[in-house]
Design a protein around this ligand. Structure first.
Ligand code: HMG
Length: 446
């Protein structure tokens, strides 16, 4: 069967930005470098008061459908992946379809709709479901819309507040993909974990430091599982490494682990050993802290080698340019990383058609998924159509006081009237509650 994969995507950012080094850090009495260098972030996108997961998702879908000339009849599935759902029964995809029916001729009466949940991983799972639906021949020539959309807010003063974000990516899956074709092979690393969860609550309970180790463990397992079906994968096989990016510093850690695996058993591994010595052996240490320090120093030494730096600059750095500015979009983060790599390649006019990316998705709770994607010949035109850089440039820059009010406006159990900071312009907006408590939406023309 022909390749199945991503034919088009559109990205919609929340229209506000919290500047982390310049606005957030001073109030927290922290060094700006903790954000720019440590976490690798300059800002977090946040939703204006009339935005939510439905408006951001619907706005991304509308733009995608218009650009691709699609009508509701062309779309056989709409799956929303989110961990910011406000309705425990009615899926966000029905709200989004309702929005789209306000502006497109026809309706989604014969479109299968649902909502997927597994923390940040579920967008990748929804893409997998869509690909399998097409491979099974149940799509009747239609494509599938996967909408990853989240408002990633933490409780005020939680350490996670440094890694917030909000935005949506609409991803169109077909049997004639223009952007990337997905490998059939996939690897899974999965374990019942209690590191980040929202048991009947809006904001996450999170053990931030532990969540970092859990992420690395699951990604390592998924990589091994991927290789058990697809065979060994080497450094030369991978043009880009788009990984789930809660903050770029997390990917810096995952990339080092992945690099060491990709070069394992090769001349490059020997060359690296010559430069930085063997990795410290835990059994040789009586003291856990001393071992941790030796491991940290060894990793730092690898990061400084030209071998590693060259690989990182070419393979990982390009995946982070958007997320530095957006913060964590939960389900959207890995899809932002893919878009970022392709945007960087397009900007530098590098033709990457036929090259492969190793895509690592992750969701707390916890599960990682690994697969590869082959870039399709039509990728450049699709990526040139994205407007995300202009959208990020146009965000309203919040003062700290304004940020506090926006956070309150999006907190379910706080009732506060906050005026919008931006003016809606040809887009869907949240317009209030209906008689049954349903959220309602309107399309606002300029
Ligand atoms: P924190 O306590 O705010 O920050 O927690 P920190 O003190 O650990 O500093 C962060 C980094 O900045 C460190 O780098 C510091 O050294 C460095 P590292 O040592 O780790 O490489 N740093 C500096 N660097 C330069 N100059 C300075 C400076 N100061 C410090 N002056 C934490 C950070 C991420 C834990 C917190 O923000 C948090 O809890 N975030 C939420 C949880 C999270 O994002 N976890 C990531 C893995 S789990 C995941 O990805 C899933 C998730 O997306 C949810 C889902 O799946 O649904 C979260």
């Amino acid at each position: 069967m022909a390749a199945v994969g991503i034919d088009a995507m559109e990205i919609w950012t929340g229209k506000l930005v919290l500047d982390l080094p310049n606005t957030f850090a001073p109030v927290k009495d922290e060094a700006p470098a903790k954000y720019t260098k440590g976490l690798g972030l300059t800002g977090s996108s946040l939703p204006d008061v009339y935005e939510d997961i439905v408006t951001m998702g619907a706005n991304a879908c509308k733009r995608l459908m218009e650009r691709k000339g699609l009508t509701p009849n062309d779309i056989g599935r709409i799956d929303v992946a989110t961990e910011s759902s406000f309705d425990r029964s009615k899926p966000a995809s029905t709200y989004i379809a309702g929005c789209l029916e306000q502006v497109f001729d026809g309706d989604f009466s014969h479109t299968n709709k649902g909502e997927r949940k597994f923390a940040c991983l579920s967008g990748t799972q929804a893409i997998d479901d869509a690909c399998n639906w097409i491979r099974a021949g149940r799509h009747r020539g239609r494509g599938a819309l996967v909408v990853v959309t989240d408002t990633a807010l933490y409780e005020r003063d939680d350490p996670g507040e440094a890694t917030q974000g909000a935005g949506a990516v609409a991803i169109y899956i077909t049997e004639t993909p223009s952007v990337v074709a997905l490998s059939r092979e996939q690897g899974i690393g999965s374990k019942d974990e209690t590191d980040f969860l929202k048991p009947n609550q809006q904001f996450p309970s999170v053990d931030g430091k532990r969540s970092i180790g859990v992420y690395l463990d699951r990604v390592r397992e998924a990589l091994h599982d991927y290789e058990s079906v697809a065979g060994r994968i080497h450094k030369a096989d991978v043009a880009f490494l788009p990984f789930h990016t809660p903050f770029p510093g997390m990917v810096r850690k995952a990339a080092l682990m992945t690099y060491r695996h990709l070069i394992d058993g090769t001349d490059e591994a020997n060359a690296l050993r010559e430069l930085v010595g063997e990795a410290p052996d835990a059994d040789a240490f009586d003291d856990a802290e001393a071992y941790k320090k030796a491991r940290y120093d060894h990793q730092k030494a690898i990061r400084k080698t030209p071998l590693y730096r060259e690989w990182y600059e070419a393979t990982v750095q390009p995946t982070l340019s958007l997320s530095r500015r957006t913060g964590n979009w939960y389900t959207g983060s890995v899809h932002i990383a893919r878009a970022s790599a392709l945007l960087e390649a397009a900007q530098h006019d590098v033709d990457i058609a036929g090259q492969r990316m190793l895509v690592g998705s992750y969701g707390s709770g916890a599960q990682a998924e690994m697969h590869t994607e082959t870039v399709c010949p039509g990728w450049h035109a699709e990526i040139d159509a994205l407007t995300i850089v202009e959208q990020l440039d146009a965000r309203y820059d919040l003062s700290f006081d304004e940020y506090e009010r926006v956070h309150q406006a999006h907190t379910y159990d706080v009732e506060v009237a906050v005026e919008p900071f931006t003016t809606p312009n040809n887009e869907f907006v949240f317009s209030g509650y209906g008689a049954m408590g349903e959220r309602q939406y309107a399309y606002v023309s300029a």
